[in-house]
Design a protein around this ligand. Structure first.
Ligand SMILES: Cc1ncc(COP(=O)(O)O)c(C=O)c1O
Length: 408
């Protein structure tokens, strides 16, 4: 049953991503792919150092500063205790988060189930260390957040990249879980809202997938890092539909705190102790100052709302302009700060297209290959974590680039 996807994955891998194909004689490190967008960013920085103005629509990092109230709190905290907290997190933050879950989603979560990690990346690495034995697999959406595949490989697991398309709003579904789940599969991951597509998963679909994972004796991990950055409907937290789901989230995006390295995971009771043991060993604890500042962040609503409204304005601008330029947006993104656009009317090679756009137009966008293999050459991702002024300029430059291209 897995064969169609596997064949597809393997074929595209062989064509475009030789390094991601796992051969028995390979060292594990040889299966770890670079985060390609960083290469584009490095070149963009080089061009900037030559005095060129580059429009950055490649990076998935808020362009806003951390809210002032959080910065103020951190300054005051500098005089306080800077020792390790408990491995699972500062109890005061765990309590504050439990309260926040009640307010935000109406779900009651015991504070000890909320484990504080160095960013959500720390949570994923820890979880895969807990959940996977060598060779066990994890179902991932393709396109999806690129580091996921590598987190799984680092734990000795096998990422199964499942092609997703507009028919499921670019998300895994219960049917896809049924089709791809194998005896050695342990986990399915949903990213809701999605990176790179910004699309939301309907509540019922989330519930169906959670039930399917439970039925199969595995786990659903719900990556909710873009919750709070949505522009219409509010996505459901996986804990609203299933108490057995594992939630992963972070202060990075919603609170513009990427560099503070503080995130969290909420796990079922039976995983608390295994997680604690791994956390004690691999990172001892998340940064103390950041954890304390995060308590302040949870109280911050005004500046978070201001950022959300600004993202929404940029989103609407791009959604109206991109189709006029020949980009195709099949499912309207309602969250995160990304638009995943089809480029088949413009090129059949999105990698070259993006590199040319950077070199010739000074606009950085990310090629589809960063997010997987499925129809990667026909897509690019625009990030609108850039000012509206820059985005307008970027659109003008793309228009000029494309009309020049057409004349040639
Ligand atoms: C979907 C998704 N998950 C996780 C992360 C990792 O974020 P952090 O480790 O800063 O919490 C990112 C970062 O871009 C992301 O887009």
């Amino acid at each position: 049953m897995v064969h169609e996807g596997e064949t597809l994955n393997r074929k595209v891998s062989e064509d475009t991503l030789a390094s991601s194909v796992y051969h028995a004689d390979m060292r594990r490190i040889d299966t770890i792919e670079p985060f390609r967008v960083m290469q584009l960013l490095e070149r963009a920085k080089e061009l900037e150092s030559e005095g060129k103005k580059i429009i950055h629509m490649e990076i998935g990092e808020p362009d806003f500063p951390t809210p002032a109230s959080v910065l103020d709190a951190a300054r005051n905290l500098l005089d306080g205790d800077q020792f390790y907290t408990a491995s699972t997190g500062a109890p005061a933050l765990q309590q504050a988060m439990a309260h926040w879950y009640q307010q935000e989603y109406g779900v009651a979560v015991a504070a000890e189930r909320i484990l504080i990690t160095p960013g959500s990346s720390g949570a994923f690495n820890m979880l895969y260390a807990v959940l996977l034995n060598a060779g066990e697999s994890v179902l991932l959406p393709d396109p999806g957040y690129p580091c996921q595949r590598n987190f799984v490989r680092l734990a000795g697991g096998e990422p199964i990249n499942i092609p997703v398309d507009p028919s499921t709003a670019y998300h895994l579904s219960a049917d896809l879980v049924d089709r791809y789940w194998q005896p050695h599969t342990r986990v399915a991951v949903v990213i809701n809202p999605s990176n790179p597509t910004g699309t939301l998963m309907p509540r019922q679909a989330l519930q169906d997938i959670a039930e399917r994972c439970k039925l199969k004796g595995g786990y659903l991990i719900s990556d909710e890092i873009y919750h709070g950055l949505t522009y219409g409907e509010r996505p459901a937290c996986a804990l609203e539909v299933s108490d057995d789901a594992i939630v992963v989230n972070s202060f990075s995006k919603r609170w513009a705190m990427t560099g503070w390295r503080v995130g969290w995971t909420i796990v079922p009771d039976q995983l608390i102790d295994p997680c604690r043991r791994v956390m004690q060993n691999i990172f001892i604890a998340a940064p103390t100052l950041s954890q304390m500042a995060a308590i302040e962040a949870l109280k911050e609503t005004e500046s978070v709302e201001r950022m959300r409204l600004a993202y929404d304005e940029r989103r609407r601008f791009l959604l109206s302009e991109l189709p006029k330029l020949g980009f195709e947006v099949v499912v309207e993104p309602q969250g995160a700060f990304y638009i995943y656009a089809g480029v088949s009317q413009l090129t059949d090679d999105s990698r070259t297209f993006c590199w040319r756009m950077l070199e010739e137009a000074g606009v950085a966008i990310t090629p589809g290959e960063d997010f997987g293999m499925f129809q990667a050459n026909q897509h690019v991702r625009f990030s609108y974590a850039a000012s509206l002024h820059d985005i307008r300029l970027g659109v003008d430059r793309v228009r000029a680039f494309l009309s020049h291209d057409n004349r040639e």
